[in-house]
Design a protein around this ligand. Structure first.
Ligand code: GRF
Length: 203
C-alpha cells in the first residue's frame, strides 16, 4: 500500500446491535499508541447502539437500508466507504454476509470478531446467544473468541487471532456471553490496531 495515512488508518465500524465492541474500538482510538481513526459508524438498524455511540463520540454515522438487495447494499456501503476514504471495514455485530463486491472493493481489508473458537460454532445462524447455547449443549470445556478476515462465507476467512476462555461451573449462555464480550473488548481493538499498524509499515 502506498497511501500516506498520516500515521493513522481511517476505519469504519459496521454493526447491527448493542455496539459494545464498537464502543471499545472507539475508546481505544483515544490512546496515543492507536494506529487507526474511526471515521464512520455504520448500521443497518436505526436503533443500534452504534448510532447512539456516534452521537456521543461525535463521529459521522450512516444507516444503510437492509431491506434492499445485495447490489443496493454494496452500492450504499461502497459509497460511504469511499466518501470517508475508509481503508479498513471493521464488523462488530453485523450478522449478514458482506457482498463480494464490497470485499473486492476493500481489497480484503474487512475484519470480524466471532464469539467462539472458529471453526467451532460458526456459520449461518451462529450469532449472539445461539453460539453460547451451542457451546453449552456440546458439553465443551472451553470457548473463546476469534478475529478473522471476512470472506464470502460466514465465519470462514483467515484467522488473525484467537483467545481461549474456560467454562465455569453453572455457566449459562448469558454468563458466557457476558464474559466473552468483556474479553472481546480487549482483544478486538488490539488486533485491529496491529492490522492497521501493518498497513502503515508496509509499502
Ligand atoms: C459480539 O459478541 C461479536 O463477537 C459478534 O456479535 C456480538 C456483537 O456485540 N460478532 P456488540 O454489539 O458489540 O455488543
Amino acid at each position: 500500500m502506498t497511501e500516506n495515512y498520516n500515521q493513522t488508518v481511517p476505519i469504519a465500524i459496521l454493526g447491527s446491535g448493542i455496539g459494545s465492541n464498537a464502543g471499545a474500538l472507539v475508546r481505544f482510538s483515544d490512546l496515543e499508541a492507536c494506529c487507526y481513526k474511526v471515521v464512520a459508524l455504520i448500521s443497518d438498524n436505526p436503533d443500534s447502539g452504534i448510532i447512539e455511540l456516534a452521537s456521543t463520540a461525535l463521529i459521522p454515522s450512516m444507516i444503510i437500508d437492509r431491506s434492499q438487495n445485495a447490489l443496493s447494499i454494496s452500492t450504499q456501503l461502497t459509497s460511504i466507504l469511499d466518501a470517508h476514504q475508509v481503508q479498513v471495514l471493521v464488523l462488530a455485530g453485523y450478522n449478514r454476509l458482506i457482498p463480494a463486491r464490497v470485499l473486492e472493493h476493500m481489497g480484503g481489508r474487512v475484519l470480524n470478531i466471532h464469539p467462539s473458537l472458529l471453526p467451532k460454532f460458526g456459520g449461518k445462524g451462529m450469532y449472539g446467544l445461539h453460539v453460547h447455547e451451542a457451546v453449552l449443549a456440546a458439553g465443551a470445556t472451553e470457548t473463546g473468541i476469534t478475529v478473522h478476515k471476512v470472506s464470502a462465507h460466514y465465519d470462514q476467512g483467515t484467522i488473525l487471532a484467537q483467545s481461549q476462555i474456560p467454562l465455569e461451573p453453572n455457566e449459562t449462555a448469558l454468563t458466557l456471553q457476558t464474559r466473552v464480550k468483556s474479553a472481546e473488548h480487549s482483544l478486538y481493538p488490539a488486533v485491529v490496531n496491529a492490522f492497521c499498524k501493518s498497513l502503515l509499515t508496509s509499502t
